[in-house]
Design a protein around this ligand. Structure first.
Ligand SMILES: NC(=O)c1ccc[n+]([C@@H]2O[C@H](COP(=O)([O-])OP(=O)(O)OC[C@H]3O[C@@H](n4cnc5c(N)ncnc54)[C@H](O)[C@@H]3O)[C@@H](O)[C@H]2O)c1
Length: 452
């Protein structure tokens, strides 16, 4: 498959390198940042790939219309806006780019934590307001604390990496076993809740993680603790968090994501965000709010795009490689051997083995997996033939190949001995090589129909 026939639809704007590099690789790119979902559904069958950020959900209806889609690439970390199971059942490959923004998330989580521990935002606002409150802004140190991470994947690991260098114990809880690395110890949720002074969420939004941090979860923590959420807003029950902030169970919270965000993360739900809990968060001095920007840096803008290009490229490179592999031998084309008396031998094979011989030997017909008629030739040669030279062996094998020219280029690169130039006849192309024991091999890109 060549990339030049692959049409990709981009429905969100991204770093320009994404389209520039895809174009250089030969892909056809079209941008449509304004059409509605329905309008895009009406034309999606024309495309082999779609690149999306978070504009709308890719559901069953959309996928059913995308009859030629080979991949969906999301320029972001998670794939929750895509019906992944259904897409996979339709052989559509899914691409995300958590490698592109995990460092950004790790740094923001750390930034929020340090800011909360040292009252940086509160103190900054006070000083700018003419207040000089040193005692009220006495801070806490991370040194000696225990940081609990729920969800130890790309983002969780990136945050734990940032914590190296602080004298903290890092614990992680994850539904998968053995996810820990040198930067965190995997524990049960119970142990994490017993020991943590800080909880940082790095789970995807799933039915299990929806409203996961509720009153019961918060109350199960043994010590008052700080909460950081850079994962998904809907994993935290905001009203329960507010109660915990009021009671002092939660000492402070850094929230980059909110329960009330729209799926596109571009704004808050107008009505939903007008409520008491959100008002409390807005006023609380020990709460930091940011508009879903943890993964949103100048560097990640570039890295996300580059990751997507690299992953799209990898899909098609893999296909190209497998096609080249396919272009090697596809079957046995013939078996030729030297004999004292070719005609007598032919007669023997005819009489005893039922070979349907002619002047050239015997042609066997068979069908390949696509139902094409294919032939294999068996022939006898006189002992003094020079057809097998430079090999001195009694026989020569002939193999059918899919694309002789491409294969010869590969064989040259691989250092295989090639004898003479490729020859073209009405029944196909031929070339000859030697194996390491000097057995001569005839390679044949056949045109079988000539023999029928
Ligand atoms: N704020 C931002 O800008 C931003 C940027 C990137 C990612 N994110 C969010 O961060 C979160 C993590 O992303 P990621 O790329 O690290 O995902 P990931 O898939 O690499 O890792 C998630 C981990 O959570 C674990 N997990 C899943 N369900 C769990 C459960 N019920 N209990 C415990 N562990 C569970 C998984 O096993 C996995 O190890 C996602 O919600 C993602 O959307 C936010």
């Amino acid at each position: 498959m060549t990339t030049k026939n692959i049409k990709i639809l981009h429905i969100d704007s991204n770093n320009p390198l994404l389209i520039e590099q895809l174009k250089e690789l030969g892909f056809q790119n079209e941008e449509d940042f304004t059409s509605t979902k329905e309008e895009i559904e009406a034309k999606i069958h024309n495309y082999h790939g779609i690149v999306i950020r978070s504009r709308f959900k890719i559901d069953k209806t959309f996928i059913d219309k995308a009859t030629n889609l080979q991949f969906i690439a999301r320029v972001g970390a998670g794939l929750e806006s895509i019906d992944c199971d259904y897409a996979t059942s339709k052989n559509i490959q899914l691409i995300a780019a958590p490698e592109g923004n995990r460092n950004a998330v790790g740094e923001q989580a750390l930034g929020m934590l340090l800011s909360l521990f040292n009252n940086l935002n509160k103190a900054n606002a006070e000083v700018k307001n003419g207040q000089w409150n040193r005692e009220a802004n006495r801070g806490h140190e991370l040194d000696g604390k225990t940081v609990g991470i729920i969800g130890y994947g790309n983002m969780g690991k990136a945050f734990a990496k940032k914590l190296r260098g602080f004298e903290v114990e890092v614990l992680c809880y994850d539904i998968q076993e053995n996810v820990a690395d040198a930067n965190a110890k995997q524990v049960t949720l119970k142990e994490l809740q017993e020991k943590a002074d800080v909880l940082s969420l790095h789970i995807p939004w799933t039915p299990e993680t929806d409203k996961m941090v509720n009153a019961a979860c918060l109350n199960a923590f043994q010590k008052p603790f700080w909460l950081i959420n850079t994962a998904r807003g809907k994993s935290v029950v905001t009203s329960d968090l507010v109660e915990a902030l009021k009671s002092g169970k939660v000492l402070g919270a850094g929230l980059d994501v909110l329960e009330y965000e729209k799926l596109s993360f571009e704004n808050l739900f107008d009505e939903e965000s007008k409520n008491e809990s959100f008002e409390y968060l807005r006023q609380a001095e020990n709460v930091l709010l940011t508009p879903h920007i943890a993964g949103w840096t100048f560097e990640s803008h570039e890295k996300l795009a580059q990751t997507i290009v690299d992953k799209i490229k990898a899909i098609y490179r893999k296909e190209e490689i497998s096609e080249v592999e396919e272009k090697r031998v596809t079957g046995i084309g013939g078996f030729f051997f030297k004999t004292e008396n070719p005609n007598e031998i032919k007669e023997w094979y005819k009489k005893h083995l039922g070979f349907n011989t002619d002047d050239y030997g015997c042609t066997f017909w068979w069908k390949d997996e696509k139902g094409n008629d294919c032939s294999t030739q068996w022939s006898t040669f006189k002992n003094d033939t020079n057809y097998f030279e430079p090999s001195e062996k009694q026989f020569m094998q002939n193999f059918r190949v899919h694309d002789l020219e491409t294969l010869l280029k590969k064989l040259v690169q691989e250092g295989v001995t090639i004898i003479d130039e490729m020859q073209t006849y009405e029944y196909g192309k031929f070339a000859w090589i030697l194996d390491p024991e000097n057995n001569k091999i005839e390679l044949w890109e056949p045109i079988d129909s000539v023999f029928q």
